[in-house]
Design a protein around this ligand. Structure first.
Ligand code: F3S
Length: 423
């Protein structure tokens, strides 16, 4: 990799040993993937590591070293959701003990460390940092040092920013040095589609299942999706943004997609049309039967497959303001059908602190609360990712949560019936 004199000086330790080690990590990472140079990061970082898991001792040591060296990110950064929220997600004594003493014993300490190196503010904990309410919204062409897969795929695809699927710590290293290695999704060549996906369904597909089907087929490749604009239109409004957020998270978690193009809708597909498709691109046709096949293929991981669900999570990735309102309407309609005043299954909806604050100003917030739904800003995956919570029969409409936990996936229209007790 060709370095500038300034970069070489940092690597040689002229700006201190800590910076030299960070630079060395970035350079070796880049060389591993055939990067030709480092390029400047042009906007705020977003960190995937938001949880103070006691076992991650090297992370806290590295953070201490960064703080002692006086390093700070040039832009304030956001970070993934917290794993716990005792106020809105009540848990039993044993769960609380496991969370506070074993799983996330370093949470407070880690958050203090994050603050010292450039964390934006107390509301910065969300995976949907790119939403306008949160404000870490990259522009077209921005170069990022992010790692959260659902945020990376959204920023690349819907905003036209450029970011690789980095790992935790590499995101903070890139943000601190202000440079990332130039390869993969940062290059014009790496952003070309090597799959054409033809959507031939008879109605708008469930975002989470379509994303899952595409992710499992193309894995880390770039798909160019045709036929979806028939249902989504050609403008990125709130409804479409919400759809693409969930679709992208499913492509990134059920596969390893970091960028997709939607014909006539996403910025690079609009700008370059089919010129952005590689000549030898493969074709994947998705019709109703294919979606149903994928849906039916999800295993039920519960101990007893016929258990009654004890908890429902909606909002992975975090819900948009539009979605919070839509879910309130959906629940209201379904409670009318079931004749109940409150939901039947304990349900937690998750959204970013900034979106929750905005939603709290609305009548729908009161309604949702009265229906018995809890609103939180945690990461459901971090919450379920332990033997006690993980052994409970949890349901979700998130294909990401389904993939990484034992939670059982249901489509939106089915899950709302279950939680509202509609027969
Ligand atoms: Fe966000 Fe946690 Fe889901 S980071 S995408 S809520 S797994």
């Amino acid at each position: 990799m060709k370095l500038t004199q300034e970069e070489q000086d940092i690597l040689d330790g002229k700006e201190g040993q800590t910076k030299a080690k960070i630079m060395q990590t970035l350079v070796e990472f880049g060389e591993l993937f055939g990067a030709d140079k480092l390029v400047p990061v042009t906007t705020s970082g977003h960190l995937v590591t938001s949880f103070g898991i006691g076992l991650l001792k090297p992370v806290y040591r590295i953070m201490d070293e960064i703080i002692e060296a006086g390093l700070k990110t040039p832009f304030p950064f956001t970070v993934d959701p917290r794993p716990i929220d005792y106020e809105n997600v009540k848990c039993g004594v044993l769960d609380k003990l496991i969370f506070s003493k074993i799983m996330y014993s370093k949470q407070k300490h880690y958050e203090e460390q994050l603050s010292k190196i450039g964390l934006k503010n107390k509301n910065a904990f969300t995976c949907t940092c790119y939403l306008e309410e949160v404000g870490n919204t990259p522009k077209y062409g921005d170069i990022l040092s992010w790692a959260e897969s659902s945020a990376v795929v959204f920023a690349n695809s819907v905003l036209g920013a450029r970011c690789n699927r980095n790992s935790g710590m590499l995101d903070i290293f890139g943000a601190l040095i202000g440079k990332v290695p130039n390869f993969g999704l940062l290059t014009d060549e790496g952003r070309k589609a090597n799959w054409i996906v033809e959507v031939k369904t008879t109605s708008l597909p469930e975002a989470q299942i379509l994303g899952s089907a595409i992710g499992m087929k193309v894995m880390e490749d770039v798909p160019y999706v045709k036929g979806l604009d028939r249902y989504l239109g050609t403008e990125l409004n709130d409804e479409v943004i919400s759809y693409l957020k969930d679709f992208g998270a499913a492509t990134a978690s059920n596969g390893a997609v970091g960028l997709y193009h939607i014909e006539n809708l996403t910025p690079e597909a609009k700008k370059f049309n089919e010129k952005i498709i590689n000549k030898d691109a493969k074709v994947y046709v998705i019709d109703d039967a294919e979606l149903e096949r994928v849906y039916k293929s999800y295993p039920v991981m519960w101990k007893k497959t016929d258990s009654k669900p004890s908890l429902c999570f909606i909002g992975c990735p975090h819900l948009t303001f539009y979605q919070l309102n839509k879910w309130t309407e959906k629940i209201e309609e379904n409670l009318k059908v079931s004749g109940r005043r409150k939901i039947k299954i304990r349900t937690i909806m998750t959204s970013s602190p900034d979106v929750v604050e905005k939603f709290k100003q609305t009548e729908n917030y009161i309604k949702l609360k009265n229906f018995g739904v809890n609103l939180s800003s945690i990461c459901p995956l971090m919450y379920t990712n332990n033997p006690i919570a993980g052994s409970k029969p949890i349901i979700t409409n998130s294909n990401k949560l389904r993939t990484y936990s034992k939670s059982r996936y249901y489509k939106d229209d089915d899950i709302v019936k279950i939680i509202c007790g509609v027969k």
